[in-house]
Design a protein around this ligand. Structure first.
Ligand code: ATP
Length: 646
C-alpha cells in the first residue's frame, strides 16, 4: 500500500490534491483484509485506506465507501446488481481468453469464479496496455450496471463489466468478480465499514503529527467519537451520500451534536421524510412484576402489541407517501390501499409533512385482527389496488417528525398528543394502538389477557415522561415487550442466521436435513453459531430451502463465522429464521455471546424448532450476541426464583 500509494503530505495537514484514487489501492487493501483474521486488523486496514483517501482525494471517498460495502445506492432505494452466474462466466471467458466451457469447468472444480478469473488473467498476454482503473470508474460502472434496464440489457451489462475486467490486474480482477457476484467474502459488514470511516474522519481531523503525539487513551476517545457520531447520524440519515458529504464539507465537528457547527446545520443530519429512520426496538420481559420494578417512579403506558409488520409511514406535501419496513426496505408498492387511504385520516391544509411509526395488521371484513400468517399472503411489491384481497389496518403508535421538524426529543406523552391531534380514526383502516395508562397490576393483567383475546401478541409497555424520547435504532430498556409466551415460561423466539447446511439422510436424502444457525455480534462483526436445527420443517419447506440455500453456498467457512461445527455446506449470510428453543445452555461447540457469560465458552440453544423465515430482517438485524447472553441470564434468574419459591 505504502509503496503503491504512499500517504500524501496532505495527511500531515497540507491541502488535498486533485488526485484520483487508483482501484489497485482499494483491491490491495481488500486482499490484505481477506488475509487477516482479526476484526481489529480489518478495521485498521480499512481506516488507513479511508484516511489516505480523505487526505489525498476526498472527492473519491464516497465511491470508495460504496465499493467497500459493495452497494451502489442507499439501501432503501433497492438498487441491486443481480447479475446471474451465467452472464458472469461469459464475461470472464471473454476477458480471460478462455472458452465458456473451460471457465465453467474450473469454476465447478474450485467453487471460486474470482480465483479462476484472477489466475487466468495472470497468464494472459496483452497487446494493449490496460488503462489503470480508478475507484470512481469502478463505482460508476457498477452503478450503471445495477440501474440498467430495457432493450439489450444483458448485452449492455456484459459490455460494461467487460470494460472493467479488461483493464483489471491481479487482485483487482478477483475483487471485481466478487463484487459482480455480490459475494465479497471479506467479512466487511456495513457496521465495520462505518466504524473505519468514523475513525478515519477522526484521524484526519487531527492530522498525522498530532496523532503521533497523542496518548493511546486520548486517541481512542477521539476515534470513538468518530465511530459513535457517525453511527448516530447514520441511524437518522441512512444515506452515505448525505453523511459523507456533510462531514467533508463541514468538518468532523458536525458529528458532535453539541458543537456549534452541528447546531448551525441541524437539519442537514437529522431525520426527514423520504429516508427511513432506524426504528426504536424493545426488550423482552417476563412479567408484570419485572415491569413494575423496572419502571419504579416513572409513569408508563401499556399498548397492545399487534401481530403484524412494522410500517413507518412518511409524507411530504407534493412528494406523497412512502412506507418503510422494520428493515428500512421500501414497502410503498406493497400497500397501495394504505397509500390511497392515508389522505382521509389527516387534514392536508394544516399538515405538510410527517413520519409516523405503526404496525400494519391484516383484518377481516368486520375489522377483526387476523394472524400474522394472513398478512404474509400479500405479495411483496408492485401490488395493484384492484388485486388487494387481504385487507389491512394501520395501528399508529408514535410520531417522529411533523411539519418540517423532528419530534424525537419530545416525550411519549407529547408525541401521543400530537399524533392524536393530527390523525383521525377510520374504522377498519386507521386506528391508534389501544392503550391504558395504568399502574394497577390487576388492571394490567386484565388488559394483557384482553390483548390476547383480541388477537395480539401481548403488550408493549413504555415510559411516558421520563426517558421517553424516541431513539432511532436503540433497543430501549424503557420499551418492554410482554408476550404471552414469556408468561408461560418460554423464552423469547430468536432470529438467527443460516450459516451452514447438512445433507439429509433417510427420508430426507436429496435435500438439506439440518442447518447451522448463529446470532450476530456487532462488536466483533461476526456470526456466532448457537445451534444445529432439524425440527419444525415440512418436506416442502426443506425442498424449497434447499433450492434457495444452494445459491448461497460458499466454498469454505467465511472468516467472520465462529463455530466449532462443520456443516456439509457453508452458506453466505443471508437468510434470517425465527426459532424457538426449550432453553439455553453453556456450550463447548457453539459461540453465542462468547465471553459474555462464561469467559471461555459460548451459549447454545437446546431443542430449537424452526418457526418461519424473517423476510423483514437482514443478517445484521438477527438476534445479537448480547441478547443471547441476556436471555441466558434471565433464564438463570427465573430458575433460581422458581427454586426459592419451591
Ligand atoms: P425486535 O424488533 O425487537 O428485534 P422482533 O422483530 O422479533 O424483535 P417483536 O419481538 O415481535 O419483534 O417486537 C417488536 C415489534 O412489535 C416491533 O418492531 C413492532 O413491529 C411490533 N409492535 C406491535 N405493536 C407495537 C406497539 N404498540 N409499539 C411498538 N411496537 C409494536
Amino acid at each position: 500500500f505504502a509503496e503503491k500509494w504512499p500517504l500524501p503530505a496532505a495527511a500531515e495537514g497540507a491541502p488535498a490534491t486533485t488526485d484520483t484514487a487508483p482501484y489497485a489501492v482499494v483491491a490491495d487493501t481488500f486482499a490484505d483484509i481477506s488475509a487477516v483474521g482479526s476484526r481489529l486488523e480489518c478495521t485498521k486496514l480499512l481506516t488507513r485506506l479511508f484516511w489516505a483517501i480523505i487526505a489525498r482525494c476526498p472527492q473519491d471517498l464516497l465511491s470508495t465507501v460504496y465499493v467497500a460495502v459493495n452497494k451502489q445506492a442507499p439501501a432503501h432505494e433497492g438498487v441491486e446488481l443481480g447479475i446471474g452466474d451465467a452472464i458472469l462466466v461469459k464475461v470472464v471467458a471473454e476477458c480471460c481468453a478462455m472458452t465458456e466451457a473451460r471457465v465453467k469447468e474450473l469454476y465447478q472444480k474450485t467453487g471460486d469464479l474470482a480465483e479462476v478469473a484472477q489466475n487466468s488473467k495472470k497468464n494472459q498476454a496483452t497487446l494493449v496496455k490496460p488503462k489503470p482503473l480508478t475507484v470512481q470508474r469502478v463505482f460508476r460502472t457498477m452503478k450503471d450496471v445495477a440501474l440498467m434496464n430495457g432493450k439489450d440489457v444483458v448485452r449492455r451489462r456484459g459490455d460494461a463489466m467487460k470494460s472493467l475486467l479488461r483493464d483489471a490486474k491481479g487482485p483487482e480482477v478477483n475483487f471485481l468478480v466478487r463484487a459482480f457476484q455480490c459475494k465479497m467474502r471479506m467479512g466487511l459488514a456495513e457496521p465495520t465499514v462505518l466504524v473505519a470511516l468514523g475513525y478515519a474522519f477522526a484521524l484526519n481531523s487531527l492530522g498525522a503529527t498530532a496523532v503521533g503525539n497523542m496518548s493511546p487513551e486520548a486517541l481512542q476517545v477521539r476515534l470513538n467519537m468518530g465511530a459513535e457520531g457517525l453511527a448516530r447520524v447514520y441511524h437518522e440519515v441512512p444515506s452515505l451520500d448525505i453523511v459523507v458529504d456533510a462531514v467533508l464539507v463541514h468538518g468532523f465537528e458536525i458529528l458532535n451534536p453539541d458543537s456549534d457547527v452541528a447546531k448551525l446545520h441541524k437539519t442537514l443530519l437529522s431525520i426527514r421524510p423520504g429516508l427511513p429512520v432506524r426504528p426504536q426496538l424493545a426488550q423482552p420481559t417476563n412479567g408484570i412484576t419485572t415491569i413494575l420494578n423496572r419502571f419504579q417512579g416513572k409513569r408508563f403506558t401499556c399498548e397492545y402489541k399487534y401481530d403484524g409488520e412494522r410500517a413507518q409511514i412518511h409524507y411530504r406535501k407534493g412528494d406523497g407517501f412512502q412506507i418503510f419496513s422494520r428493515n428500512s426496505e421500501t414497502h410503498t408498492t406493497k400497500y397501495p390501499d394504505v397509500i390511497q387511504m392515508m389522505p382521509s385520516v389527516f387534514n392536508s391544509d394544516d399538515t405538510t409533512s410527517f413520519i409516523i411509526d405503526a404496525e400494519v395488521v391484516a383484518v377481516d371484513e368486520s375489522g377483526n385482527l387476523q394472524a400474522f400468517q394472513v398478512l404474509q399472503h400479500r405479495g411483496r411489491k408492485n401490488i395493484e389496488l384492484k388485486d388487494v384481497t387481504i385487507h389491512v389496518c394501520i395501528f399508529a403508535f408514535d410520531i417522529m417528525y411533523y411539519n418540517g421538524a423532528p419530534v424525537l426529543h419530545k416525550t411519549l406523552t407529547q408525541r401521543r398528543e400530537l399524533l392524536a391531534s393530527v390523525f383521525t380514526v377510520l374504522d377498519g383502516k386507521f386506528r391508534f394502538a389501544q392503550s391504558i395508562d395504568s399502574e394497577d397490576t390487576e388492571e394490567m393483567q386484565r388488559f394483557l389477557e384482553k390483548s390476547i383475546v383480541d388477537g395480539c401478541e401481548g403488550l408493549m409497555v413504555k415510559t411516558l415522561d421520563v426517558e421517553a424520547e424516541y431513539t432511532p435504532a436503540k433497543r430501549s430498556k424503557y420499551w418492554l415487550k410482554l408476550k404471552k409466551d414469556y408468561m408461560e415460561g418460554a423464552t423469547d423466539t430468536l432470529d438467527l442466521v443460516a450459516m451452514g447446511a447438512y445433507f439429509g439422510k433417510g427420508k430426507r436424502t436429496g435435500v438439506f436435513g439440518g442447518f447451522l444457525l448463529g446470532c450476530y455480534d456487532a462488536e466483533s462483526d461476526e456470526y456466532q453459531s448457537v445451534c444445529k436445527i432439524g425440527t419444525g420443517f415440512s418436506d416442502d419447506m426443506l425442498e424449497s430451502l434447499t433450492e434457495t440455500l444452494n445459491t448461497l453456498a460458499v466454498p469454505s467457512m467465511p472468516q467472520y463465522y465462529r463455530t466449532n461445527d462443520k456443516p456439509d455446506v457453508w452458506l453466505s449470510e443471508s437468510q434470517v429464521w425465527e426459532v424457538r428453543a426449550a432453553d439455553l445452555s453453556i456450550s463447548p461447540v457453539h459461540f453465542g455471546g462468547y465471553g459474555l457469560v462464561d469467559p471461555n465458552r459460548g451459549i447454545a440453544l437446546r431443542f430449537p424448532r424452526f418457526l418461519r423465515i424473517r423476510e423483514d430482517k437482514g443478517p445484521t438485524n438477527a438476534t445479537s450476541a448480547q441478547q443471547v447472553a441476556d436471555m441466558y441470564r434471565q433464564q438463570s434468574l427465573a430458575l433460581s426464583a422458581k427454586g426459592e419459591e419451591e
